[in-house]
Design a protein around this ligand. Structure first.
Ligand SMILES: CC(C)(COP(=O)(O)OP(=O)(O)OC[C@H]1O[C@@H](n2cnc3c(N)ncnc32)[C@H](O)[C@@H]1OP(=O)(O)O)[C@@H](O)C(=O)NCCC(=O)NCCS
Length: 152
């Protein structure tokens, strides 16, 4: 793996990039006993929550990298979620993000969840998550252009 540490002036965080695969390490988490389902493996909802966070971090990085203004992002859809392998207590799990697409008001990220098992990288879960850039006014929200241009 060919990795590089990147810092973006507007993102305020260091990102570890895997250049060969065009993806960024958004989160790394140790799975704890509190995260288990009744069968003793990690509850899928916990993984989905981390996927949502990781995708948002990755989306913010892509927005900054493209020199778009900082955005309020909300999750509109989680698609193509596949749980390939169970996750165990004590697994140190990495959440990698790749840009799928940028639309008028939305950004879609692909998140790959991996761990090391006996020296081998094991793909655990993957998903596509779409975030929408919004302006909030009281209880109402409206999508706004992700590149920062005015609405038509
Ligand atoms: C996000 C939200 C403001 C979008 O409102 P909306 O009326 O659906 O807006 P639009 O139909 O104009 O769609 C906005 C963008 O989202 C995309 N989008 C909407 N539904 C989508 C879906 N199911 N899958 C993928 N993209 C979707 C549209 O394609 C559009 O993208 P584009 O502008 O890049 O082409 C509204 O759905 C909302 O507030 N949802 C709740 C979000 C939230 O609270 N998330 C936290 C989880 S509880």
């Amino acid at each position: 793996m060919n990795t590089e540490v990147r810092r973006h002036k507007d993102f305020g965080a260091i990102t570890l990039s895997d250049e060969s695969n065009g993806r960024n390490l958004a989160l790394k988490v140790m799975m704890m006993p509190r995260d288990t389902n009744p069968y003793g493996t990690i509850f899928g909802g916990v993984i989905l929550s981390y996927i949502d966070q990781a995708g948002a971090i990755g989306a913010r990085f892509e927005i900054a990298r493209n020199n778009y203004p900082a955005q309020d992002l909300v999750t509109v859809a989680m698609e193509s979620v596949e749980f390939h392998q169970p996750v165990f207590v004590g697994d140190c799990v990495s959440f990698w993000t790749e840009l799928r697409s940028i639309g008028k008001t939305s950004i879609t990220m692909h998140i790959t969840v991996e761990t090391d098992r006996e020296g081998k990288v094991t793909k655990l879960t993957e998903a596509d998550v779409t975030y929408v850039s919004v302006k909030t006014d009281g209880h109402t929200r409206r999508p706004v252009p992700i590149r920062g241009r005015k609405l038509d």
